[in-house]
Design a protein around this ligand. Structure first.
Ligand SMILES: Nc1ncnc2c1ncn2[C@@H]1O[C@H](COP(=O)(O)OP(=O)(O)OP(=O)(O)O)[C@@H](O)[C@H]1O
Length: 306
């Protein structure tokens, strides 16, 4: 297995008597984009805050970048965009980044050029000298992303990075995440936006009520259902339809649903359609979407909790 950026055996966090994380275990390989999904209140932010010791975990066996959780020097190798990050309204975008660079002990001689570069890549160069108070929510989020990268972190935690950002801005943030991966950084993204995570993450975990209920690569989770959908140009001819239905294959208008272990089992259906001169418009392997997997996992967890 590749080296792990995060390797947690057990992580438990209680706020008083309330159990926010009920013994989570998690493995995130270095250099990957990891998406943590879950409904509101699932415990996603608490998990990140516990790893960064912003809140004190009740119990935590594990490591971050090869060091125990809470190791101070390791935290200097980490970037973080908190959920609902707010910076002072009287500072400009450039000043926020310079201030963050100071906190992260970035040497002055490199801080200026780095701030310039970060403002450029998050698309804020044009507004760098306007005050934060005049920024839209999406602009604030971009500055937040830039400050999370100011120490050139090996791993960056982004808690709901596209919150309040318009569709165009979301695409840009996705590209930025891809760029971070190309630069060799590990990116940990908390989100409830399934489609977005599906597009960018190598690996995902689904969380519900303080527990991880599924984790794996997007490919593993959205497994093929052994179902194929064949669409013809116009309705399936009556003769072909009769033959297919006799074989137990269902037909609805121009769509044929075939249950098959592999693509080769679909060939006889294609041959049959060719024989009737019925042109095929589309053949799709039916896969579950991340949304299907998410809904099923979260609902099962709800059912078990009742
Ligand atoms: N400081 C706190 N004190 C008490 N309870 C808390 C505290 N912080 C969070 N919680 C509770 O812990 C649970 C998990 O919250 P958390 O913010 O981690 O969820 P989340 O998955 O990030 O949700 P969201 O998507 O809404 O941000 C919630 O029930 C929340 O009310």
């Amino acid at each position: 297995m590749s080296e792990l950026a995060i390797d947690i055996g057990t992580l438990r966090k209680c706020y008083g008597r309330f159990v926010a994380l009920a013994g989570v275990s998690l493995a995130v390989p270095k250099g990957e984009v990891f998406g943590l999904l879950g409904p509101n209140g699932a415990g996603k932010s608490t998990l990140v805050k516990s790893l960064l010791t912003i809140v004190r975990p009740t119990r935590c066996d594990g490591s971050l970048l090869g060091q125990r959780i809470g190791h101070r020097k390791t935290l200097a190798r980490v970037g973080y965009l908190p959920e609902h990050a707010r910076f002072p309204d009287y500072l400009t975008g450039r000043q926020i980044i310079s201030y963050s660079a100071g906190l992260a002990k970035v040497p002055r001689r490199v801080a200026k050029a780095r701030a310039e570069h970060l403002l450029e890549i998050v698309g804020m160069a044009e507004w760098a000298d306007r005050k934060n108070g005049t920024y839209s929510k999406g602009m604030r989020q971009r500055v937040g992303l830039a400050q999370a990268l100011v120490n050139e972190p090996e791993i960056v935690f982004l808690d709901e990075p596209t919150d309040g950002v318009d569709p165009e801005g979301r695409v840009e943030i996705r590209k930025l995440i891809e760029r971070m991966r190309e630069e060799g950084r590990t990116v940990f993204v908390n989100s409830h936006l399934l489609g977005e995570v599906e597009q960018v993450a190598d690996r995902v975990a689904i969380m519900a009520r303080g527990a991880i209920v599924k984790q794996g690569t997007v490919e593993e989770l959205t497994h093929a259902e052994n179902r194929y959908e064949i669409k013809t140009l116009g309705p399936v001819p009556v003769e072909a339809r009769k033959t297919l239905e006799e074989e137990g294959i269902s037909v609805a208008g121009d769509t044929i649903h075939v249950h098959a272990e592999g693509a080769e089992q679909v060939q006889p259906v294609i041959d049959l359609l060719r024989g009737t001169g019925s042109p095929i418009r589309q053949i799709n392997e039916v896969r579950s979407t991340l949304e299907d997997v998410f809904m099923e996992a979260v609902n099962r967890q709800k059912g078990e909790a009742v």
